[in-house]
Design a protein around this ligand. Structure first.
Ligand code: UGA
Length: 442
């Protein structure tokens, strides 16, 4: 059955969700307050890089199933199902999440709902938010008692957004147990093609659904910081963390994925989500348990400093007068996102300490320039390495992992490479006359 859906927020999450819901055959209206962004989307252009999404976007606009608007009135009249997909960034100078965009959607939308509707929150929020917003909806909506709020957290990864939305590992739906309604039945209609694929569908109370999302990201962050802590021990003992990760990863209880040691996690999600989790636990009086996540955060940030130290050593103890070629600016490959990117953070620190730093990234150049205008940017890999005393691989794009030592040998001043993602073959690089340093490997 085709549903009439409005998706509020057209960033990574919202644009992907809107396009993919249309791909499932629904009639979808994407809603945002940013007219410029909507104008681009309506022409089938994405304001960010996400492999595969432009095709889904264009196909569904052409098929007439996907439109965009700034009008909440239009959305309220058009849709029976509303998804909130706006951002919940970290508050300036605090650990907690800033919920103002989510709250703004509810405050603007609910008073316009004059007939039965379900609002599904997708944004990542602290436990207790959905219950509070549900009460607000009941106060504001003219269709008294007929507008329900449920929570349906999103687990998509940047770079795999379409696949993760159309074929997720699981669908989680939090419903208000005190007010049984239609949310589950509506979600089953919306996600019918996915449920036919036997994708696990878990219905929970509201708080559990909110916590599932934050716990999943906290676990992933912990896994990365765990292997990075082991990398520190490997560095002290001469062991090799990559081989170690392969070996422990064969244990199905541990698993090899998310065990890549390196410069750590960044992006718009993991860092701010673990911090929001710590803040929430503190407010609820369960703060002690979250000493763990504070440590996860500091292990992660320590990797960035370690990388700067490694580079300083590599150029002879001082960055003054040194040239550093940085390959990678995005927080991970297949993304142009530079939010809290370890790569740019490291490049920025090195430059502030006196080096001339030149950066190249296949997709994130424009965003990187905006965030760090004082770094130098090169049009390609070889140009970024021209005259370099040290080359640093900080994002494991395929074009960097596939590079041959001979490709860069002619460009650099000294053949020194630091592999911040353990993505190069040390034997090959050393064999070609380079000095190679990885993370937690000899
Ligand atoms: C993350 C989660 O993986 C998604 O499930 C979640 O939906 C999303 O946050 C969100 O909350 O919206 P994403 O931020 O796209 O997705 O990126 P990840 O693929 O998780 O990578 C995060 C960071 O960890 C990157 O900087 C990556 O380089 C780093 N990482 C990842 C490692 O350092 N080592 C690894 O082994 C894996």
């Amino acid at each position: 059955m085709s549903c009439r859906i409005a998706v509020f927020g057209t960033g990574y999450l919202g644009a992907t969700h809107a396009a993919c819901m249309a791909e499932l055959g629904h009639d979808v209206l994407g809603v945002d307050i940013d007219e410029g962004k909507l104008a681009k989307l309506a022409m089938g252009e994405l304001p960010f890089y996400e492999p595969g999404l432009p095709d889904v976007l264009r196909a569904n606009i052409d098929a007439g199933r996907l439109r965009f608007t700034t009008s909440y009135q239009e959305a309220a009249e058009f849709a029976d199902v509303h998804f909130i997909a706006v951002g919940t960034p970290q508050k300036q100078g605090e650990l907690a999440a800033d919920l103002r965009h989510v709250e703004a959607v509810v405050e603007s939308l609910a008073p316009l709902l004059t007939r039965p509707a379900v609002i599904f929150g997708k944004s990542t929020v602290p436990a207790g938010t959905a219950a509070r917003l549900g009460a607000r909806v009941r106060t504001l909506a003219p269709a008294t008692g007929q507008v329900e709020l449920a929570w349906n957290p999103e687990f998509l990864r940047e770079g795999f957004a379409v696949k993760d939305t159309l074929h997720p590992d699981r669908i989680v739906l939090g419903v208000d147990r005190d007010r049984p309604g239609n949310a589950e039945a509506v979600a089953r209609d919306v996600y019918a093609p996915l449920l036919e694929e036997q994708i696990p569908f878990l219905v929970t109370d509201l708080a559990t659904s909110e916590l599932v999302k934050t716990s999943a990201n906290a676990f992933l962050a912990t896994k990365i910081s765990f292997i990075n802590a082991i990398a520190e021990v490997c560095e002290a003992t001469g062991a090799d963390v990559s081989v170690l990760a392969d070996a422990i990863g064969h244990d199905a209880r541990i698993g090899r994925r998310f065990l890549n040691a390196g410069i750590g996690f960044g992006g718009g999600c993991l860092p701010k989500d673990i911090r929001a989790f710590i803040a929430m636990a503190g407010e609820l009086g369960a703060g002690q348990a979250f000493a763990l996540l504070r440590e996860v955060d500091s292990i992660n940030m320590r990797r960035r400093n370690k990388m700067v130290e490694l580079a300083r050593e590599a150029v002879g103890g001082s960055f003054i007068g040194a040239r550093v070629g940085v390959l990678g600016a995005a927080f991970k490959p297949d993304s142009d996102d530079v939010r809290d990117s370890p790569a740019l953070n490291i490049a920025g620190q090195i430059q502030l300490q006196g080096a001339a730093v030149t950066v190249y990234d296949p997709e994130a150049m424009q965003n990187a320039r905006q965030l760090f205008p004082t770094l130098q940017y090169a049009p390609d890999m070889t140009a970024a390495c021209a005259g370099a005393d040290v080359v640093m691989i900080l994002t494991e794009w395929t074009q960097f992992t596939a590079v041959e030592p001979t490709d860069l040998a002619g460009a650099v001043r000294r053949r020194v490479v630091i592999d911040g993602r353990n993505c190069l073959d040390p034997v090959k690089w050393r064999g070609a006359g380079w000095s190679y340093r990885g993370i937690g490997r000899p």
